[in-house]
Unconditional design. Structure first.
Length: 132
């Protein structure tokens, strides 16, 4: 009985193995750099969403103060109008300012909710958990 074993190797591949290794290594480094770039972009987006949420909280406080001021001005002008001290133009203007302040306050609350959802999204959490 005869047993034959065959072994084949490229002793002289003229650097093809090294070039293949270097190509795969360069591809690895490229993908690693791309991943780091995307991580930094995600971090910047998260920090930006966090800051915009803080701004939204401040906007709510500002519009609430504006609403309180407009409401108290309206009540004062309403009393003066009922007593005949001022004309209806001033009364209607105060009423208009009051409803404008109400609208802006609601808009700032809606803006806060959308910015909160954006922050949840940027943090990578599931928004559906917060909706229930």
């Amino acid at each position: 009985d005869i047993m034959i074993t065959r072994y084949e190797t490229n002793i002289f591949d003229f650097g093809a193995t090294d070039q293949s290794y270097e190509a795969y290594y360069e591809q690895y480094l490229s993908k690693k750099a791309d991943l780091e770039y995307k991580k930094s972009i995600a971090d910047v987006d998260y920090r930006l969403a966090k800051k915009t949420l803080e701004i939204a909280v401040l906007q709510i406080a500002a519009t609430k103060a504006t609403l309180e001021a407009a409401s108290s001005t309206y009540e004062l002008i309403k009393l003066r109008y009922q007593n005949g001290m001022i004309d209806n133009v001033a009364y209607l203007e105060a009423l208009s300012e009051k409803y404008k302040a109400i609208r802006e306050h609601k808009r700032s609350r809606y803006s806060f909710e959308s910015r909160k959802a954006e922050l949840i999204y940027q943090s990578g959490e599931n928004i559906k958990e917060y909706l229930q």
